[in-house]
Ligand binder design. Structure first.
Ligand SMILES: NC(=O)c1ccc[n+]([C@@H]2O[C@H](COP(=O)([O-])OP(=O)(O)OC[C@H]3O[C@@H](n4cnc5c(N)ncnc54)[C@H](O)[C@@H]3O)[C@@H](O)[C@H]2O)c1
Length: 336
């Protein structure tokens, strides 16, 4: 395997599917995308324009492609379990977008499937691959900030997704905060033992009407005693706001936003900089490349994937506890 290109098929060519497809085609010489699948036949044209001539509207046709080593699943969350199972039965390795599922039982099932068919499964927690956050984690691991005491995560989107997306995504804790729950475990290296969530509808009342929130503060308590706060909004008018601070017994380290350039313009009203890079496609461009590169590498050299179904399970458990905490207005303890 090590000399051959890794042959890949992609299911779902929406916002994130396109990011992975372009990285695999233009930036990863070790990989080759042979086929794209999406239920929307109009996307054939896009797929062809990016250089992939085979396009199927049906997942089984993708699975039946015997030359494929792996399938990258970027279709909506409620398709993940079924697609992972069918890919694994056909012996294909899987990269699947987050969340793996909004159901803990389904993730347990996915774990058994992966073990049974001995295929690799990497989960799309892309922020773990952002080089700034990787640095933060290494500072914790090396002991540079001492024992971690407080983690602060700010994670705000520039604009809410469509209501249709929210309905099928499992809601804010499941489609958005899930990244922050994963980062909390990743940076501290500790499991979460208690979750206390508060939420509100302050951006769009229609989000409230479909049973979700658009603004949240979540407090986490870790098994190692550290504490964390996560604050989320579906709408930051100044752009994608992604910051993390870790404070410990020997010091503190923080990662701020990234910008299209570093200029400041001064006038009578003060100094002005450009807004942060607008959204996930811009802010995490290199992180998306690194995560898929590591997936391809894991297949090519038969290594372990860096983020797996266990990580997905833990993040989903925390997201569900946050939802329960919001509903019951009390802290929820996680049992492992
Ligand atoms: N890691 C990240 O940063 C990140 C960012 C965005 C989305 N996601 C995740 O990726 C998944 C897709 O999100 P998106 O924002 O790209 O959604 P999207 O709505 O932009 O795209 C979804 C695509 O899947 C297609 N599709 C719908 N049903 C399908 C089916 N049954 N089989 C195959 N294709 C189907 C649609 O036609 C569409 O092209 C979700 O699970 C989401 O949580 C992850």
């Amino acid at each position: 395997m090590s000399k051959e290109k890794v042959k890949i098929g992609i299911a779902g060519l929406g916002r994130i599917g396109k990011v992975h497809l372009e990285n695999l085609i233009y930036r990863l010489p070790d990989a080759e995308v042979l086929v794209v699948m999406d239920i929307n036949p109009e996307l054939k044209e896009l797929s062809t324009s990016l250089g992939v001539s085979k396009f199927y509207p049906n997942f089984q046709d993708l699975v039946d492609e015997t030359r494929l080593d792996a399938i990258v699943i970027c279709s909506p969350t409620d398709t993940h379990l079924e697609y992972i199972e069918r890919a694994a039965i056909a012996g294909k390795h899987v990269f699947c977008e987050k969340p793996l599922s909004i159901s803990v039982t389904e993730i347990d099932k996915i774990k058994s499937i992966i073990e049974k068919y001995r295929v690799k499964l990497q989960v799309g927690f892309n922020r773990r691959f952002d080089r700034n956050f990787v640095k933060l984690k290494s500072l914790v691991e090396s002991g540079r900030i001492g024992d971690p005491h407080i983690l602060k995560i700010t994670s705000r989107d520039p604009a809410p997704p469509s209501l249709e997306y929210i309905i099928s995504s499992g809601g804010m804790f499941m489609d958005m905060t899930i990244h922050d729950f994963d980062m909390a475990r990743f940076i501290t290296g500790s499991e979460v033992k208690e979750v206390f969530a508060n939420g509100a509808v302050l951006v769009n009342p229609k989000i409230g009407e479909i049973g979700d929130i658009d603004t949240a503060i979540v407090t986490l308590t870790f098994q190692n005693g550290a504490l964390a706060t996560i604050d989320n909004s579906r709408q930051a008018v100044y752009g994608y706001d992604q910051r993390i601070e870790i404070f410990g017994s020997k010091g503190m380290s923080l990662v701020g936003n990234t910008y299209p350039d570093t200029h400041t313009i001064y006038d009578r009203t003060g100094g002005h900089t450009p807004p942060p890079l607008n959204f996930f496609m811009q802010r995490y461009t290199e992180a998306y490349l690194d995560e898929i590169k590591q997936f391809v590498h894991a297949i090519r050299y038969d290594k372990e994937v860096p983020v797996d179904a266990y990580d997905a399970l833990r993040a989903t458990q925390i997201a569900r506890a946050a939802r329960e905490s919001l509903q019951k207005q009390k802290p929820i303890r996680l049992e492992y």
